[in-house]
Design a protein around this ligand. Sequence first.
Ligand code: ADP
Ligand code: ASP
Ligand code: MG
Length: 413
Amino acid sequence: MALIVQKYGGTSMGSPERIREVAKRIAHYHSQGHQLIVVPSAMSGETNRLLGLAKQLNAEPDGRELDVIAATGEQVSVGLLALAIQNLGIKAKSYTGWQVKVLTDSAFTKARILSIDDKNIRKDLAEGNVVVVAGFQGIDEHGNITTLGRGGSDTTGVAMAAALKADECQIFTDVDGVYTTDPRVVPSARKLDQITFEEMFELASQGSKVLQIRSVEFAGKYKVKLRVLSSFTEFDSQDRGTLITYEEDENMEQAIISGIAFNRDEAKLTVAGVPDRPGIAFSILGPIAEANIDIDVIIQNTSFEGLTDFSFTVHRNDYAKALAILNDKVKPLINARSVAGDNKIAKISLVGIGMRSHVGIAAKMFETLAHENVNIQMISTSEIKTSVVVDEKYMELAVRALHTAFELDKVPV
Ligand code: ADP
Ligand code: ASP
Ligand code: MG
């Protein structure tokens, strides 16, 4: 008998029929003698609908109220799923985040989990219940409802597994594992049986939304056994999906590149004609950081006649705010020539631990993009990742070309 946490995403919970299917799958695991904590997301489209309602009433909605609204999606899901499980003759009990309680900080719309009280859950499990806990939500020390950021039910699942020292955390979604890239963009993408934690972490942080980045972070910190599986296939107790591993074992595929991530969530800002002197980067990025805006890729050109250009990317949601700061504060302060912005960019990242020991990956990436006539606007690298920023309209073309060039559709030998 094992203690398993299962998280079911929005599409898995998308309709009463789908919820019935999820309940049947849970019943299979239950009949094998496992103890189960189940973490559902809101029904697909529901969180968008709720946030859309909020925006209709206030273009700049207050985070505290947004969380009150958004958290209702998962509250409905836990109740419905508990009913569906009970309908199969199995005891089930639902909890919202604050009933559990999942204590978070007070960063509304992107709160972090601080602790989870497992007392009631353990008692319910011991009494033979399937415990159904709402994903994506918690409560802060002042009693405010909080949410964990889009895709945050993954993090609830993993955090729950860490807190209860579960044997495994299973993320059920609409694909049967982690692929070499999003199979919706590259149909020849290949499912990986295993992926190292480090690679999964990079893929998630570079935009592969199959797992929320914070869930991977949590899994790494507490060494949670984490697996991604499909809820759309027939139940099969042998189904292994994709396992996130913490050690590189010899039997693992020896690919240099494991996957390609991409995202359209960023925007680029450029301050041109900047006097090239000490403190200039701080003068530009200081006010951006003060406004709580995260910065991703940064480039500064070598100077020409004492002047240089400085570009960086931010999340698209922060684009207008960042542009205003540059125009109103930074430009007059440092006497820059001009400020420009582009929110139609995409970032594409190659990820693989093989990059540590192989040279020429970046060159091959740039050659492939050149061959497709895709202009590279920015480049950033880390130990196991190379990213480029390109015009959004070339993103899919570029991802497909890179997938083929690095032979990701083939099993590595
Ligand atoms: P859920 O609602 O179950 O949380 P998400 O939509 O958040 O599901 O995540 C699953 C989706 O992630 C898949 O449908 C797929 O389109 C996308 N995805 C992006 N990159 C990958 C990848 N490398 N492997 C598998 N799926 C990926
Ligand atoms: N329902 C939330 C969202 O759509 C959380 C999740 O699905 O993981 O972002
Ligand atoms: Mg998700």
